[in-house]
Write a protein that binds this ligand. Structure first.
Ligand code: GLU
Length: 292
């Protein structure tokens, strides 16, 4: 009898040392969420899973949405948090992401050429773009506006006749301003940071793009810059994906929908957007987005 007890104790000890005795081993640190089951062979989702990280295109120069923080050397913002939520759903790890800078004109080619899996780059869903790429449900609604020096007399798009108005190549802002202010002289840059710098150097009278991008720049220098003219377009943002990968799009849309219903969307909104109140979540269909 005693010998059996001894053998049992020895076996337990060996299991404990080997780390496989379930009741004796120290529990391993659990990830916040479990990785999702493997997708079917040959799908983009499976390729992403096998690679072990998501490759995402975000802005690096847009405060509040996609900004490379020089202090931390990490990108941060609303768009970055949307990407991290997708990575968390796929891998159980929000940091399983390689970020690449996707400026406005690169976003669609980055997807069609397969440079990135997903684009979260203040990108408006519109009829022209849905011909080329797929989008998630809308996750933010912006509207185009104007940024001017604090001393400027420009108060609306009606005041832009003969003025130099800076914007970014490949943006809806460029197309919209040509239609809404045909007498303005549109000057294009690769990034909004360059457009703002040009205005601050006196080479443009205004910068035009989505209000929330402009608020981000103005908030860095409230004494010298102001946003004027209200919202003169509707810009529903979607996460861009290469066309035809339904399994990946379903995962991304589930993330967006879960964020909207769980309160995570509202938490991210509160964290990044300088507003008194969190608005209602954007509708599921971009065509249903209306000006407030
Ligand atoms: N949301 C607009 C667009 O997708 C303007 C902002 C931007 O260029 O990122 O083109």
């Amino acid at each position: 009898m005693k010998r059996w007890i001894l053998i049992l104790s020895l076996v337990t000890l060996v299991f404990a040392i080997a780390g496989c005795g379930p009741s004796l081993a120290t529990p391993a640190a659990q990830p916040a969420m479990k990785a999702m089951a493997k997708a079917a062979d040959g799908t983009l989702l499976r390729k992403i899973q096998d690679r072990g990280k998501l490759i995402a295109g975000v802005k690096y120069d847009v405060p509040l949405f996609g900004f490379l923080n020089p202090q931390t050397n990490k990108v941060e913002g609303f768009d970055v948090d949307m990407v991290k939520a997708v990575a968390e759903a796929i891998f159980g790890d929000p940091n399983a992401v390689e970020f690449k800078e996707a400026i406005s004109k690169n976003r669609v080619p980055f997807l069609t050429d397969g440079v990135v899996d997903i684009v979260a780059s203040t990108m408006t869903i519109n009829a022209e773009r849905v011909q080329q790429i797929d989008f998630s449900d809308p996750y933010y609604v912006a509207g185009q506006s104007l940024l001017v020096p604090a001393s400027s007399t420009i108060t609306s798009i009606k005041d832009l006749k003969g003025k130099n108005v800076a914007s970014a190549k490949g943006s809806t802002s460029e197309t919209n301003i040509r239609q809404k202010a045909p007498d303005a002289n549109v000057v294009l840059f690769d990034t909004y940071a360059e457009a703002v710098a040009a205005m601050q150097a006196g080479r443009a009278d205004a910068v035009t793009t989505d209000d929330i991008i402009l608020f981000g720049f103005a908030s860095k220098d409230t004494t010298k810059l102001k946003v004027v003219g209200g919202q003169f377009t509707i810009e529903p943002y979607g996460l861009g994906m290469q066309k035809g990968h339904q399994e990946f799009r379903d995962v991304v849309n589930k993330v967006v929908r879960d964020m909207k219903t769980s309160g995570k969307w509202a938490a991210i909104y509160k964290q990044w957007i300088p507003a008194d109140k969190v608005p209602a979540v954007p509708p599921q269909n971009w065509q249903d987005v209306k000006l407030p």
